[in-house]
Design a protein around this ligand. Structure first.
Ligand SMILES: Cc1cc2nc3c(=O)[nH]c(=O)nc-3n(C[C@H](O)[C@H](O)[C@H](O)COP(=O)(O)OP(=O)(O)OC[C@H]3O[C@@H](n4cnc5c(N)ncnc54)[C@H](O)[C@@H]3O)c2cc1C
Length: 437
C-alpha cells in the first residue's frame, strides 16, 4: 500500500474527498468532536470561494482573496486531522479503499464532497474552445484573455479583427453569467476610460445568450425582470430563447442562426456532478452524475459511504430533483453529517436532513443586485449592500475578520489595479494553462 504518511489510530477513520463548502464545514465540525481520525483530500491545496470567481475573471479581485489554504483547516486544531493533496481516482468499496494519484488510503467512513464540473451537454467542440469558470486558474485565464484582448485591440487597425477582440460572449444567464456580464460592463465603464485611453469603450460589446426566455430563471419573476432591466441599462445585449450550437474558436453560432465573431466565449450554461468512479450504477441518479443519497446523505447501496453538497442528490417531496446546487445545502449537510457520524459510532438514531433555504441573490455590477428571500424580494442598491455584506463577511469568516473585511472592501470599491496586471499570459499558452474542472 502506498505510503501517505497517515499514522494508524484506534479511532475510526473518516476520509473526506473535497475541501469545498461541504467538506470544509464537515471537517471543522468533526475535529471539534475529537472522536475520529480525519483525512481531508483535495486535488488543490486551497478552498475556492466560487461565488466570487467572476470577480477574479473580471479583474476586480486578486486570486488570493478568494482562496483559502486547506492545511489551515487541519493544522491548528488537532493532531488527529490530516490534509493530503491528491486526486481521488476510484473507490474500492469492498475493501474500503480510496485510490488516489498519490497512493491509496483505507477508510472506515468515506465522505464524497467533490462538487460539480462544467456541463457542455456533450458538445465537444464547445468544450474544447470555450472558456469555463469553475476554478481559480480558469478565472485567471479569463482575466488574462480579457486584458490581452484589450492590449491587442489598441494596436489592431483591422476593424473586423478588433471587433472580435472586443466582443465578449457569455452563454448562460444564470447567476454566474449575469454577474460576469455585469462585471465586464463595469470594466467598460469604469476601467477602460482610465487604463486604455486610446480605445473607444463603445467598441466593447457584451452579449449574454440564454436558452430560456428569461435571465436568472431559478429566481423569482421579479428578480429576473429587475436583473434584465439592470443589465440592459448597462448596455449588455441579452439574447433570450437562443441555444448556442457551436463555437470553433472564432464564431459563436446559435440554433436560430445568430452569429457572433469573438475571441472570448465563456460557457456558464450548466453544471453536472463530479463523481469518483467505482460505485455501482444504482448509486447514481440517471444522467446527473450525482449520487443518490438518503436523508442521512448515505449513498444508495452503501452504509459507510456518504455524499454531501453538489455531488449529492437527495430526492424529497419539496425537492424532487434534489436541492439547488448552491453553497447552503453543502454547508448544512456538512454540519448535520458531523453530528450523524458521531451518532453512528454511538449507535444512536440518525437525524434526517431538512434544508433551511436562506434565499438566493445575484449581483449585477457594483451597486445593483437582486435578492430573493422566502417572503421578500429586494433589488437595486439595498440588495447590492446585502449581497456584498453576506459575501464578504462569509468569505473573511475564514480569516482575521475585521481587518480583512475593511481592506478588502476598500480594494473592491476602488478597483484594485494590481488585479489588472497580465502576470500569466493566456493566449500563447492556452494549451498548458487550460485547467480541468
Ligand atoms: C462561478 C460560480 C458562482 C457561484 N455562485 C454562487 C453563489 O453566489 N451562491 C451560492 O450559494 N452558490 C454559488 N455557486 C455554487 C457553489 O459554489 C457550489 O454549490 C458549492 O461550491 C458546492 O459546494 P461543494 O462542497 O459541494 O463542492 P465544491 O465547493 O465545488 O468543492 C469541491 C472540492 O472537491 C475537490 N475535488 C473535486 N474532485 C476531486 C477529486 N476527484 N479528488 C480530489 N478533490 C476533488 C475540488 O478541488 C473542490 O475543492 C457558484 C458556483 C460557481 C462555479
Amino acid at each position: 500500500m502506498a505510503y501517505l504518511n497517515i499514522p494508524e489510530s484506534d479511532l475510526p477513520r473518516v476520509v473526506i474527498v473535497g475541501g469545498g463548502f461541504g467538506g470544509i464545514r464537515l471537517i471543522n465540525r468533526l475535529v471539534k468532536k475529537d472522536r475520529f481520525q480525519i483525512v481531508l483530500i483535495d486535488k488543490r491545496n486551497y478552498h475556492t470561494f466560487q461565488p466570487l470567481l467572476y470577480q477574479v475573471s473580471s479583474a476586480g479581485l486578486d486570486a488570493g482573496t478568494i482562496a483559502y489554504p486547506l492545511r489551515k483547516t487541519v493544522k491548528r486544531k488537532t493532531d488527529k486531522a490530516f490534509f493530503r493533496m491528491g486526486e481521488a481516482l476510484s473507490i474500492d468499496s469492498e475493501n474500503h479503499i480510496l485510490n488516489l494519484d498519490i497512493g491509496e488510503i483505507h477508510y472506515d467512513y468515506l465522505v464524497i464532497a467533490t462538487g460539480s464540473k462544467t456541463n457542455f451537454f456533450g458538445n465537444k467542440q464547445i468544450e474544447q474552445n470555450a472558456l469555463r469558470m469553475k476554478s481559480v486558474p480558469q478565472a485567471l485565464n479569463i482575466r488574462s484573455l480579457i486584458l490581452e484582448n484589450f492590449e491587442e485591440a489598441t494596436i489592431t487597425a483591422d476593424k473586423k479583427k478588433r471587433q472580435a477582440l472586443l466582443n465578449f460572449v457569455i452563454a448562460g444567464a444564470g447567476p454566474t453569467g449575469v454577474e460576469l456580464s455585469g462585471a465586464i460592463a463595469e470594466i467598460r465603464k469604469n476601467v477602460v476610460p482610465h487604463d486604455y485611453i486610446d480605445m473607444d469603450p463603445n467598441e466593447i460589446r457584451i452579449h449574454l445568450i440564454e436558452g430560456q426566455n428569461k435571465v436568472l430563471a431559478p429566481m423569482s419573476a421579479k428578480a429576473s425582470k429587475n436583473a434584465q432591466k439592470a443589465l440592459e441599462s448597462m448596455d449588455v445585449e441579452i439574447h433570450l430563447g437562443e441555444m448556442v450550437e457551436s463555437y470553433d474558436g472564432k464564431t459563436v453560432k446559435t440554433k436560430s442562426g445568430l452569429t457572433f465573431d469573438t475571441e472570448t466565449f465563456i460557457w456558464t450554461a450548466g453544471v453536472t456532478g463530479a463523481p469518483i468512479p467505482g460505485l455501482k450504477e444504482e448509486a447514481f441518479v440517471n444522467n446527473t452524475n450525482r449520487y443518490r443519497v438518503n436523508v442521512f446523505n448515505q449513498v444508495h447501496g452503501y452504509e459507510n459511504i456518504f455524499a454531501i453538497g453538489d455531488i449529492a442528490l437527495m430526492e424529497k417531496e419539496n425537492y424532487p430533483k434534489g436541492h439547488p446546487m448552491v453553497a447552503q445545502p453543502s454547508i448544512q449537510q456538512g454540519t448535520l453529517l458531523a453530528e450523524n457520524l458521531v451518532r453512528i459510532i454511538d449507535q444512536q438514531e440518525l437525524e434526517p436532513f431538512k434544508y433551511n433555504d436562506k434565499g438566493t441573490m445575484a449581483t449585477i455590477g457594483r451597486n445593483k443586485a437582486v435578492v430573493d428571500l422566502k417572503n421578500a424580494h429586494f433589488s437595486g442598491f439595498f440588495a447590492w449592500f446585502i449581497w456584498m455584506f453576506v459575501h464578504l463577511w462569509f468569505l473573511v469568516g475564514f480569516r482575521n475578520r475585521v481587518g480583512t473585511f475593511l481592506n478588502w472592501t476598500y480594494r473592491y470599491i476602488n478597483y484594485d489595479r494590481a488585479s489588472r496586471l497580465i502576470m500569466r499570459p493566456f493566449k500563447e499558452h492556452r494549451k498548458e494553462l487550460d485547467d480541468e474542472d
